[in-house]
Design a protein around this ligand. Structure first.
Ligand code: ASP
Length: 352
């Protein structure tokens, strides 16, 4: 989502306001890392998911909210069962890839030729191990393939045909492209090809990249992000999602981030790593996330959203777009929201 696509009421960040935001930031502090052990008991485990930054049409908002809350429950169940943060984020993102309401796996947007090409990324904070796939086709769960790249190869990212060959060698089943395409995606694609198309409206109505970040009971952080990319993208376009530091980053010394929004803008400011750098300088998860998003808006004219955790279990879900479906689970409490300032809560055991 770029500023040209800004909805009414969205203020452009002027250099002066960007500088005043920086002026409000706390002084550099290293105390955060030294308080780590005593706070572990209370705050962990935690998992946060997002369902993409953008403008979610009213008729789809309920689908988005129920999708992210179900996914966060799935991730939290893994953590409560003693699973690792990596297991939890892959579980949550797999859940969202299987949900046709989101732009990942089944439900992915189509490229200009009407095909599905997907990107995915995972990273774990203990080892800085990561794995990614880009421009992959005919795979139901690219996030699981990205994890296999991390676990079974010495590389960080495999692309297109090479990724497909690797998937075959790992016994990952190929699925027909048709099974990944929804009526909604096809309708949006067709609409955007028409001579009187409004690509701005089209793109804003169909974000929905998915992501998760988590901290397990051991204090290990992880992130996972998966997307069909941007609507009517060129064939072979690779976005921010599989690029380390852009679509996500995880480091046990600082925290983990998963991003969503206009990929080209995210890449220009290396958004996930940018946010973690701010945290290294002593910023809270909220302040660092806001600062990264403000930098992206000011320097790269892009809107987006992020979910961020630190190893102590502090978490944030922040966005500069009009909406972002998100949910978090911590201390057996479910949190969720869609518009700025929302943070609804309920017991994790209560179903919608
Ligand atoms: N970041 C994704 C991409 O540009 C799109 C999104 O997050 O909605 O591929």
């Amino acid at each position: 989502m770029t500023l040209e696509q800004t909805e009414p009421g969205m203020q452009e960040i002027k250099p002066a306001s960007f500088m005043s935001l920086i002026a409000t930031l706390k002084p550099v502090s290293t105390s955060r890392l030294s308080t780590f052990p005593s706070q572990l008991i209370d705050m962990l485990p935690v998992v946060v998911v997002h369902g993409g930054a953008g403008h979610i049409p009213k008729e789809r908002s309920e689908l988005s909210t129920s999708g992210v809350t179900s996914a966060v429950r799935a991730g939290y169940a893994v953590l409560r069962g003693g699973g690792s943060s990596m297991d939890a984020v892959v579980e949550a993102v797999t859940y969202l890839e299987n949900n046709p309401a989101f732009n990942a796996g089944c439900g992915s947007v189509l490229n200009v030729k009407g095909d599905v090409e997907m990107d995915a990324f995972v990273m774990e904070g203990k080892t800085l191990g990561s794995g990614a796939v880009s421009a992959v086709r005919n795979i139901a769960n690219p996030i699981q393939l990205a994890r296999l790249v991390m676990d079974k190869t010495s590389h960080l990212c495999l692309t297109a045909e090479g990724a497909k060959q690797f998937a075959r060698s790992m016994g990952v089943p190929e699925v027909p492209q048709e099974s990944l395409i929804t009526e909604y995606s096809r309708m949006r694609w067709r609409k955007n090809l028409a001579p009187d198309a409004n690509p701005v409206e089209c793109q804003m109505g169909k974000m929905g990249t998915v992501g998760a970040v988590a901290v397990d009971s051991q204090g290990n952080v992880a992130c996972a992000t998966s997307t069909g990319g941007i609507l009517n993208k060129m064939e072979g376009r690779v976005g921010d999602t599989p690029c380390i530091g852009c679509g996500g980053y995880a480091d046990n010394m600082v925290g983990a981030v998963s991003t969503t929004g206009h990929g080209e803008a995210i890449m220009k400011v290396v958004l996930a790593k940018h946010i973690l750098y701010q945290m290294e300088q002593g910023q809270s998860v909220e302040a660092a996330s806001d600062l990264g998003l403000a930098c992206m808006k000011f320097r790269a004219a892009g809107l987006g959203g992020v979910i961020t955790v630190d190893p102590q279990g502090h978490w944030a879900a922040r966005f500069s777009s009009r909406q972002m479906a998100w949910a978090a689970a911590q201390k057996d409490t479910l949190h969720y929201g869609l518009y700025e300032g929302e943070n609804f809560t309920q017991s994790i055991d209560v179903q919608h």
